[in-house]
Design a protein around this ligand. Structure first.
Ligand SMILES: *[C@@H]1O[C@H](CO)[C@@H](O)[C@H](O)[C@H]1NC(C)=O
Ligand SMILES: *[C@@H]1O[C@H](CO)[C@@H](O)[C@H](O)[C@H]1NC(C)=O
Ligand SMILES: *[C@@H]1O[C@H](CO)[C@@H](O)[C@H](O)[C@H]1NC(C)=O
Ligand SMILES: *[C@@H]1O[C@H](CO)[C@@H](O)[C@H](O)[C@H]1NC(C)=O
Length: 355
């Protein structure tokens, strides 16, 4: 059976998380996609591209005592789901790009600014791959270990997250191989701030090349906060200085543990954010800008990415810094899950390993 090892994976994933997660775990039945659409590939002629949709996932309304979901939410108002993916998810393919988000049943993207739904996190795992830390903290470069025992190849958290394994021109030979028999799984946690329950879908646009690409450099990403070595993922939000409308939070200096390349790194910022810059050995090499849009021009609708692959060596130093201007861009309002209100900054580097 393809998916029998998924339940233990989810349980381990969940007990290893820094906060409490799953109490209740129904059998991880594998779930088929509700829709698979063919798209035009963008990065390579040899590639295929699909838009794959899972759901509906019913999210309870705010203040409701309904018991929905099959996993324990990190938030009292949240609804959480975990399940295996069916064989209709592409297998024996090298993934080169993913972009993941949530929508309502009409297909419109959901966020706090548009629909009052908070995407706490949702992650897709491949049980055949184990995360290999590529960054370390402090003078002894203590590895920043993933909180999950298996590799996460596609994700979104607080907003869309694009995980691209190649350069913007598609030429860099990076990817993530999903084997013919790999067990895949999904885990997600969402908070619906509407009174009524809501049907939500997760949507992933995936570009992939059939089979395993010769000589391919396996990519792995890491969600970094500006206080990764201290508060870890809890350091995602910053208290704005009382008087300061504009401020910069500089992250810890991290040490690169292995030779490789950064490909297509980018940030995630809440409204109020201006940019996140990445420095290698104190040299500024990349700036990811918040792109504003939406009905009142106050939603971050995207972030620019660092387009080219950048070679790094073991021992190089990496640091990131996020800048906010709360006068120019109105900070987000409204209720947020504990610890996730206030200006939020995440850096998502994609690291491709030298072979
Ligand atoms: C939820 O349960 C609490 C405690 O039992 C109760 O006070 C509250 O009225 C319930 N809320 C709803 C919407 O049923
Ligand atoms: C996948 O599973 C099938 C059926 O169990 C087996 O014949 C095949 O060798 C496996 N392939 C790989 C790459 O492990
Ligand atoms: C994987 O895909 C490649 C390329 O399409 C094909 O040649 C190979 O036979 C496939 N392997 C399996 C185990 O399905
Ligand atoms: C939105 O903000 C951007 C950047 O500040 C600005 O260039 C643009 O003109 C604004 N658009 C609207 C519709 O206000």
């Amino acid at each position: 059976m393809l998916f029998t090892n998924v339940l233990p994976l989810l349980l381990v994933a969940v007990t290893a998380a820094p906060d409490r997660i799953v109490r209740r775990q129904s059998p991880a039945a594998s779930q088929k996609a509700s829709k698979v659409e063919q798209l035009q590939p963008v990065l390579r002629k040899t590639a295929q591209k699909i838009r794959i949709t899972y759901g509906p996932y019913k999210l309870k309304g705010l203040g409701s005592n309904a018991t929905l979901g099959n996993a324990k939410s990190l938030d009292k108002d949240g609804t959480s789901y975990a399940h295996a993916l069916g064989a209709d998810f592409p297998h024996n393919v090298t993934i080169i790009d993913t972009n993941t988000y949530i929508t309502n049943s009409a297909g419109a993207k959901l966020s706090m600014e548009s629909g009052n739904v908070f995407n706490h996190h949702h992650l897709f795992f491949d049980a055949a791959h184990t995360p290999n830390p590529f960054l370390g903290c402090g003078p002894d470069a203590k590895p920043l270990k993933s909180i999950y025992p298996k590799s996460n190849f596609m994700a979104s958290a607080t907003g869309d997250i694009q995980m691209r394994y190649t350069s913007t021109d598609g030429k860099f030979n990076g990817g993530f191989y999903i084997g013919a028999n790999d067990s895949l799984s999904f885990m997600g946690d969402f908070i619906n701030y509407n009174k009524e329950a809501l049907d939500m879908y997760t949507v992933s646009e995936i570009e992939y090349v059939p089979g395993k690409i010769e000589g391919m450099h396996t990519g792995s990403s890491q969600l970094l906060t500006m206080d990764m070595c201290g508060r870890g993922l809890r350091g995602a939000t910053e208290a704005a200085p009382k008087d300061g409308k504009m401020f910069t939070k500089t992250g810890d200096a991290l040490t690169i543990l292995r030779d490789g390349w950064f490909v297509h790194s980018r940030g995630t910022l809440s409204p109020g954010g201006v940019d996140i810059v990445m420095k290698i050995n104190d040299k500024l090499i990349c700036r990811s800008n918040a792109i504003y849009g939406g009905p009142t021009n106050s939603s971050v609708t995207g972030m620019s990415a660092c387009p080219e692959e950048l070679a790094v060596k073991k021992g190089d130093k990496l640091s990131v810094a996020a800048t906010f201007d709360l006068e120019k861009h109105k900070p987000r309002q409204g209720p947020y899950p504990t610890g996730l209100g206030g200006p939020l900054a995440l850096w998502v580097p994609m690291f491709a390993e030298a072979n």
